[in-house]
Design a protein around this ligand. Sequence first.
Ligand code: AMP
Length: 642
Amino acid sequence: MTDEIISLLYEIDPEDLYISIRLIRGEVGPGYEGVDLGIAEKLILKAVNMITSIGEDELSNERKRIGDIGDTLEKVIIRKNQASLFSEPLSMDRVFNNIQKIARKEGRASQDVKLKIIVEMLNDSEPVEAKYIARSLAAKMRLGISTMTVIDSLSYIFNTDIDNAVEALSDLDLGEVGNGYVKEMISHRTKPLYGLIEILSKKKGCPIDPYIREQALMVVQEVRSSVSELREKIERAYNVHPDLALIARSMAIDGPERVIDISVKAGVPLRSMLGERSKSIEDILLKMGGTAAFEYKYDGLRIQAHISKKRDGVDVHLYSRQLEDITEQYPDVVDVLKKRFSGDDCIVEGECVPVDRETGSLLPFQVISRRRGRKFDLMKKVDEVPVQLVLFDCLMHNAEDKTLRPFMERRGILSVIFPQISEELELKGGLSLSKMKIINDIPQGEKFFEQALENGCEGIMAKSTSDTSFYQAGKRGWNWIKFKRDYRSELNDTLDLVVMGGYHGSGKRRGLYGALLMGVWNENDRRYETLCKLGTGFTDDILEDLLDRLEPYKINAPPLEYSARMEADVFFQPRVVLEVVGAEISHSPIHTAGWKPSVDDTGYALRFPRFTGRFRDDKGPDQATTVSEVERLYGLQNKRSI
Ligand code: AMP
C-alpha cells in the first residue's frame, strides 16, 4: 500500500498533493473540523436519472443488483443523453471544490444545490471517474489508508537522501539486478530499496565484489535511518497539527526540512499526551527517579481549550480527547474561561468534572456524560449539573509553543493565564488547578493517593519533573504514570446506613437538608462511626419527607455513642436507616468507620454514595451495616490494581 501511494503522489504538484491526500483519505477537511460527506445514494441516483433518463426504479434495482454505488455508476453513466455529451474534462481541483461545497451545505433547501453540483460533475465524467466520485460522495471509498501509511509514504517521497544515494550507487557496479533496483529507486523508492538491501545483505552467494557490497550496504543503511528520522519529524508535526494534507503541502512548498517548523496553533487541536500505567507507588517513584509531581486523577472529560484574544473579545474553542469540537456542549466552561482569561493565544488542558451543587464534592463522570450531544435542553442541563474545569497543563502561551518546555514550567503558566486560580474546587469560579504535590517517598505517595480517592477522584497521575518532561503530543509515555483503583470493584451490595447528622441545604434545597452524615454500627465498641456524606439520590419529595422523619430525633450535640471527626449542622439520635449504594470502600482521614488510631490515622469511607430511595424502616440502627461488614467488603474489593 505504501508503495502504491508513493508512486501515486511522487510526481504530483503541491496543490494536487493536498487534494489527493484528502481524496484518498475520503476527507473534506482535517478530521478535527468534523465536516463529513455521506450523501444519500438516492440523491446520487437522482442525478444519474437526470442526465441519462434511466428511470429511478431501474437505477435503484441496478444498484441493488450490483451492490455498490460506484460500480453502478460506472456501468450506467455511459447512457448519457445526447445533450449532455458536450463536456469539459474534470480536474482534481474542480472535483474537490465541488465535494467541499456539497459537504458544507446544510439544511433541506441545499438538496437542490447539491443535486445541481452532482449533475454537473457526473455530466462531465468518464465512467471510471463517475465510479470514484460516487464513492467519495457516499463516503464509501473505504481504501483503508491509515495515517501511519501516509506518514510513511511522505517520509520516502520527501527524502532527498534517497536521491543522493541513487547518485552514489549509480557509480557502483551492483550486478544486473542490483543496478536495476538503483534505477527504479528514483521513482519507486520503497520496493527497490528493500530489494537492494536484501541482495546486499547476503554475504554468501552475492555476485557483487565484497568491497563494493560493503560500500553499497552502508549507503542503503544510511538511507534507511534517514527515512526513519524524517518519519519521526512528520509524526511530531502530525501530533501537534493533525492534518496530513496540510503537512504534505507545506513539505512540498517550503521544503521537507521545514516540517519541524509545523507547530501548535490556536484552533488546531493537538493530539493528547497519554500516560503509562503502574502497579504501585513504589514502582512509580522508581521509574521517575525518586521524585515526581503527584496529581489527583479526576474522573471526567478531558478538555483542550483554545483561547484567543480577538479584536471584539475572547474566542474559545473546546476539543475532546478525540479532537472533536465540543464547544457548543459546554457554554458554561466557555464563559468561565472567557471571564478569567488574561493573555494572548493560549492552549490549556484540563478535566471537566461534575460537581454536586449541595455538597460541593465531585460526582461520578456518568453525570456529565449525559450532557453530550444534547442541543435543545442543554441550558437546562447546564443549570442542573454544574461543572468545574480542573486545569493541569498549558501547551501554548501568548502564541508561543510550550510543548517542549518542562512540565513544572508549563503548569506554572496556568497561574499567569488565570491569575486567581487555586487548587481548591470552587463552584462559583468554575475553574481550578489540579491538586498537586511533589512526592519523594512511598508513604507520602500512598497518603496522597488515599486522599485523592477520598475526594472522589479515581486515583493519581504522577508526572515527571525532569528537564525533559515535555508534552509528548499523541504519545503514551513514562513522563506521566497513572495509578488508580480498579473500577471493576464497584460494590454490588447495598449498605444500610444510620443517619447521624445533617447539613442545611442551599439554593434549590434551601430549607431542606442538602446532605446527611451517615454511619455504620461498630458492634465491638458499641458506637456509631461515620462512613460518608450523602447528598445524592434524593428527590425533592424525599427531602421533604426526611425533614419530617428526622425532626423528632434532632439533638444539640453528638451523643456519646457517636464517633465522628466531621462536623454537622445538626445531629440526630440514631434511628433512621437508609439504603445506600456506592462505588467502593476506600480509606479516609476524615471518617471514623473502623478507625484504629494505633494502626494508622484513617477510617473507611464509601465513595460516591447514593441513596437508593429505600428507607429501611424494618431495621433498627444496631441492625445497620457493621464495621466488620465494611471491612469484609473492602477485603473483597480486589485490592489496589491498575
Ligand atoms: P486514562 O483515561 O485512564 O488513560 O487516563 C488518562 C486520562 O486521565 C486523561 O486523558 C485525562 O482525561 C484524565 N486526567 C484526570 N486527571 C488528570 C491529571 N491531573 N493529569 C492528566 N490527566 C488527567
